[in-house]
Design a protein around this ligand. Sequence first.
Ligand code: ZN
Length: 193
Amino acid sequence: MNSLPKHRLNTLVSKIKVDTADKFLEELLNLDVMDVPALERFIRRFRHLLPAPGPNRAMNPNLETGVLNWQARLRAAWRQPTPLGREVLLLGIIASHLASPEDQAHPDAYAAVLMRALHLVGRMRICKRKDCQTPYYIWSPKRRNYCSDVCAREAQRAFKLNWWRKDGPEWQRKRRAKAKRLKKSQGKRKGGK
Ligand SMILES: [Zn+2]
């Protein structure tokens, strides 16, 4: 990998905002490729970051198939249980993306995105909400266990509901019994809540 031409890649990298690269990664990972309008929106918005044909780079016959393949490989890396596992798979993706010296001499924006992804291996997360539609996300202090506030709230609600179904009747029974006892013991004293 040390044959990467640093000056060219640096020029390229200076044009790509880290936030945009992160957004791109999350969108690519979570994209429902069967949702054609969503796929078209994605391609319109991020075409400049998608793999560009290189001198020797084997490209997919069309962008749609390409997106599906790139997504599948990134998802496999993201889903590795350890940062090292993610790094190893990512390095494999980078190696095949920049397989030939010619491709290495002409790194594209996607190569830069993959380099960025290497820095994220410790923060690649899957949302803990079971039915989350966009489960791939990058950890941040604001997003610890869930991809979004919505998922965090929903999971909390589901947890409470579950608890209520399971333990609710028993809890209610105990609460009533306690209230009864309190009422009795308080007698004529001022009643609390
Ligand atoms: Zn989620």
